[in-house]
Design a protein around this ligand. Structure first.
Ligand SMILES: [Zn+2]
Length: 442
C-alpha cells in the first residue's frame, strides 16, 4: 500500500468521524477550550447614528497603511493613529489580502471612533476610543470548535506530495517539513518505507475550517533513524517566544532553511581526515567547506551572540557565534565581516560574505561547529542547535502537555478503530449478501 492510499484511508475516517452520531456511538465532540466572547461590542449595526462606517479590505501587495488610505475619507493622521495603537498587538507582516478592515468615524469624518481588523471570521482586533481619548485595544474572539487530525504514512514519493494530497495548506506543510527535517537527516537517513505521523489541531467555525492549524506532534520512524518525535509547547503567555516545537528533552528545533550558512550547497571538503590542500599532509578537517563566489552571503545558522569577529593569518576573516545552548559556530576565510564582537544575531542573519582570506586556496566558506562541551562536531550530522531549552517550570508544563497530546492521539486512534470495526462489519455484511446472490446455484 502506498503512502497515498494510507493517507486517503485515514482522511476518509476523518470525514466519517463526524457522521458517527447516526451510528449510535457516544458523540464526543473534539472541541475543548472556548475563548472570550464579547459579542455586543461587535454589533456595529446597533451603534449610534452619529457614526459613519467605512469598510474595506487589506489590498494585494499593500500594507495596512495604504489599505486604510484607500478608504473614503481616511487621512494620513487617522492611519498613523490606528497603526500606532495597533502595532503592539498585531504583527503587520502577516496581514493577507482580502482581510476585512472597518473604520468607524464621526459624522464629519474627522475623528476615528473605532477600528476593526478581522483576519478571519472569529478573530477581531478592535480599537475603541476610550474616555481618555485614546484608542484602546481589545481582542474579540468567537468560540471555535477544535478538531484533531492524524496523518500517517510511509515515505514513498515525497512528504510534500502526501501533505498536499491531504489538503494541508502550504504554510502548515512548511512547518511540518521544517520539524521533520530538524529531527531527521532526510538526505542521508530516510529510507523508502520509513513512516511518519503528524497530529494536527484545526479550528472550525460554523462547520467551516479556518485557515492554518497547529501541529501538535510530528514523528518519524525509520530503519536508520529509529523513533524521533517533536511536540508543540504552549506557554500560558500568548506571545511567548517559547511557543514552539521541542524534542522530548525540551530542546527547541530550528527551521530547515535556517541551518545552512550559505545559499548554495556545494561541499568541496567534508568533515574528517583529508590531505590538506595547502600543506599536503593528512590532517583532520574540523568543518565543512562550502564552495562559493566572493561576496556571496554567509548566514548564521541559529540565534546567538558574536563572540569573535576578527582577522588572523590562518583563518583569515573569522566570525564565531555562541548560541543559547552554548554551541559555537565558526565561519572562516570571509571576505567581509558584517558583525561586531558582542552583537546579538538572529538565525539566517547575514553576518559576512564568502571570501578567500587566510590560508585558503580559493573562495569558500569553512564552517565548523563546536558542541556545548567544546568538542568539534560534524556539521553535516548536526541536525539542530537548540535555540532555547525548556527548563524548570516550563519543562514540567511541557511534560504534561506531551502526555496530553499522547492521550489525544490514543483517543483518536481508539475512535478510529471503532469506526474501522463498524465499517468492516457493514462492508462485510454487504459482501456477504453479494456473495450469497452470486453463489446462488443456477
Ligand atoms: Zn575548511
Amino acid at each position: 500500500m502506498t503512502a497515498g492510499t494510507i493517507l486517503i484511508v485515514f482522511s476518509l475516517f476523518f470525514v466519517y468521524a463526524y457522521d458517527i452520531y447516526d451510528f449510535g456511538f457516544t458523540p464526543d465532540p473534539m472541541s475543548d477550550e472556548v475563548e472570550v466572547v464579547i459579542s455586543d461590542s461587535l454589533d456595529i449595526a446597533a451603534a449610534s447614528d452619529s457614526s459613519v462606517f467605512v469598510n474595506g479590505t487589506i489590498l494585494p501587495n499593500e500594507g495596512i497603511s495604504n489599505s486604510l488610505l484607500a478608504l473614503d475619507g481616511i487621512k494620513m493622521d487617522h492611519v498613523l493613529e490606528i497603526t500606532t495603537s495597533l502595532k503592539p498587538y498585531v504583527d503587520f507582516r502577516f496581514l493577507a489580502a482580502g482581510e476585512e478592515i472597518t473604520v468607524e468615524m464621526d459624522q464629519n469624518k474627522e475623528l476615528v471612533k473605532s477600528f476593526c481588523y478581522k483576519p478571519n471570521p472569529v478573530i477581531t482586533h478592535k480599537l475603541t476610543r476610550n474616555i481618555d481619548g485614546a484608542l484602546e485595544y481589545e481582542l474579540v474572539s468567537l468560540p471555535t470548535e477544535k478538531r484533531q487530525r492524524l496523518l500517517r504514512g510511509q515515505i514513498s514519493t515525497t512528504l510534500n506530495q502526501a501533505l498536499f494530497d491531504n489538503h494541508i495548506e502550504p504554510s502548515v506543510a512548511a512547518e511540518i517539513n521544517g520539524m521533520l527535517e530538524c529531527i531527521v537527516n532526510f538526505r542521508s537517513d530516510a529510507r523508502k518505507g520509513d513512516r511518519y505521523s503528524v497530529f494536527l489541531e484545526e479550528s472550525y467555525f460554523e462547520g467551516k475550517k479556518l485557515k492554518g492549524g497547529k501541529v501538535l506532534l510530528a514523528s518519524f520512524e525509520g530503519k536508520r533513524t529509529g523513533y524521533k518525535v517533536a511536540y508543540l509547547y504552549t506557554d500560558p503567555e500568548r506571545n511567548s517566544a517559547f511557543n514552539a516545537h521541542y524534542t522530548k528533552k525540551g530542546e527547541a528545533l530550528i527551521n530547515a532553511g535556517l541551518r545552512l550558512p550559505v545559499d548554495r550547497v556545494h561541499v568541496t571538503s567534508p568533515y574528517g581526515y583529508r590531505i590538506h590542500p595547502v600543506t599536503r599532509s593528512r590532517t583532520f578537517h574540523y568543518g565543512v567547506d562550502y564552495r562559493g563566489r566572493i561576496g556571496e552571503p554567509v548566514y548564521t545558522v541559529a540565534d546567538g551572540t558574536v563572540i569573535y569577529s576578527g582577522y588572523d593569518g590562518l583563518n583569515g576573516n573569522k566570525v564565531v557565534i555562541k548560541h543559547k545552548d552554548k554551541t559555537q559556530t565558526f565561519y572562516l576565510h570571509l571576505n567581509k565581516r558584517l558583525v561586531k564582537n558582542g552583537q546579538k544575531v538572529k538565525a539566517r542573519q547575514r553576518i559576512a560574505t564568502i571570501g578567500n582570506t587566510g590560508r585558503s586556496t580559493g573562495p569558500h566558506l569553512h564552517f565548523s561547529i563546536r558542541d556545548p562541551k567544546g568538542k568539534w562536531a560534524n556539521p553535516m550530522n548536526k541536525r539542530m542547535i537548540a535555540t532555547q531549552k525548556l527548563e524548570g517550570e516550563r519543562y514540567a508544563r511541557f511534560i504534561n502537555q506531551m502526555d496530553e497530546i499522547d492521550d489525544m492521539i490514543r483517543e483518536y486512534i481508539a475512535k478510529e478503530r471503532k469506526l474501522t470495526e463498524y465499517t468492516l462489519f457493514h462492508l462485510g455484511s454487504d459482501k456477504f449478501n453479494t456473495r450469497e446472490i452470486e453463489i446462488r446455484p443456477n
